[in-house]
Design a protein around this ligand. Structure first.
Ligand SMILES: C[S@@+](CC[C@H](N)C(=O)[O-])C[C@H]1O[C@@H](n2cnc3c(N)ncnc32)[C@H](O)[C@@H]1O
Length: 307
């Protein structure tokens, strides 16, 4: 049985063409591609790539200046944070959430927009595998090119499950029977009609947005279009810990904000979304509220607020 695309590049002794991530004594990372006969230069001397070719991962190399570097293959989270960027990438912590809560499974048919730098595309391709289908849409040709290079460098060539289209999702989406749609863009609400036609009943729409105003508009628009269940919205924060003797505490620095996530599921055709039983907080739809559900103060499209 042949190995899944990219798997051979993730295990075994280092080979020519592998990416290597070096860690120096201060914990700084340097990434390069192994080439026979080449040298890796640092400000404290150099070492030949040949020393690593054939060596196991986790080897230590010394430069001519006697500085030790630990050599490992970059993990996908390392790779996406160090690869060339067009647009801002989906951070690994959010990619992990998307894989889990958008329920990405091997063999899934997935649509994604925009592609940006190809970070999320790489995570999605690994999760759906060679038998799945990922159709990615990106409106900017220059970003699509960067993404294609990043994804192909990671997998060691084209991925059999990947199709990349340059253009706006809402104007080009032609896929049907799609299991999952992931939107990472400024205005996901512009794509809802096209997305609702592509998704299978029970399929999942997952949106990643950077600001609260985008989040609110996306949720209200999903409610308004009427063929999804009630969206779930959340964010995640990762706080790393410093552990040194008795000094066991959170790191002083962290990534405080990346984006918000939301998911909603496609209902069967012709089905009305069930009544929301939650009573809106007092003032949620007060006179300052101008969103799509501003309906005379009840804030509801599905009947009066139960008293
Ligand atoms: C934040 S980036 C996406 C980053 C990407 N998910 C990643 O992990 O590298 C947003 C991208 O969406 C693209 N975009 C915005 N609206 C779009 C649309 N309607 N259709 C297709 N692409 C769109 C932008 O050009 C931009 O490249």
């Amino acid at each position: 049985m042949s190995e899944p695309t990219g798997a051979a590049r993730r295990r075994g002794p280092f080979k020519v063409g592998d990416q290597v991530q070096l860690t120096d004594p201060k914990g700084r990372h340097y990434t390069f591609t192994l080439e026979a006969g080449k040298n890796f230069h640092t400000h404290k001397g150099s070492f030949p790539h040949d020393e690593l070719i054939g060596a196991p991962e986790g080897s230590v190399v010394r430069t001519t200046g006697n500085v030790a570097y630990l050599a490992l293959r970059p993990l996908l989270p390392d790779y996406v944070l160090s690869m060339p960027r067009g647009a801002a990438v989906v951070y690994p912590k959010d990619a992990g959430q998307i894989l889990a809560f958008a329920d990405i499974f091997p063999g899934a048919r997935v649509v994604e927009a925009g592609v940006g730098s190809g970070s999320l595309s790489s995570f999605l391709l690994r999760a759906i595998g060679d038998q799945g289908m990922l159709h990615s849409y990106e409106r900017r040709e220059d970003f699509a090119e960067i993404a294609q290079q990043n994804v192909e460098r990671y997998f060691g060539g084209p991925h059999p499950a990947w199709q990349l289209t340059v253009g706006d999702l809402q104007d080009n989406l032609s896929d049907t029977d799609v299991d999952r749609v992931i939107l990472d863009m400024l205005a996901p609400w512009e794509c809802l009609e096209a997305v609702s036609k592509a998704l299978v009943p029970g399929g999942i729409l997952c949106c990643y947005v950077a600001t609260t105003t985008q989040l609110a508009r996306t949720v209200e628009s999903i409610r308004e279009i009427g063929c999804f269940n009630e969206p779930t919205a959340w964010e995640t924060m990762i706080r790393n810990w410093h552990i040194e003797g008795l000094a066991v505490r959170p790191d002083h620095r962290m990534i405080g904000h990346t984006g918000f996530l939301l998911t909603a599921r496609r209902l069967a055709d012709g089905v009305e979304p069930p009544m929301r039983r939650r009573r809106p907080a007092k003032g949620a739809y007060g006179e300052d509220y101008a969103g799509p559900n501003a309906d005379g103060g009840t804030g509801r499209r599905d009947g009066p607020v139960p008293q």
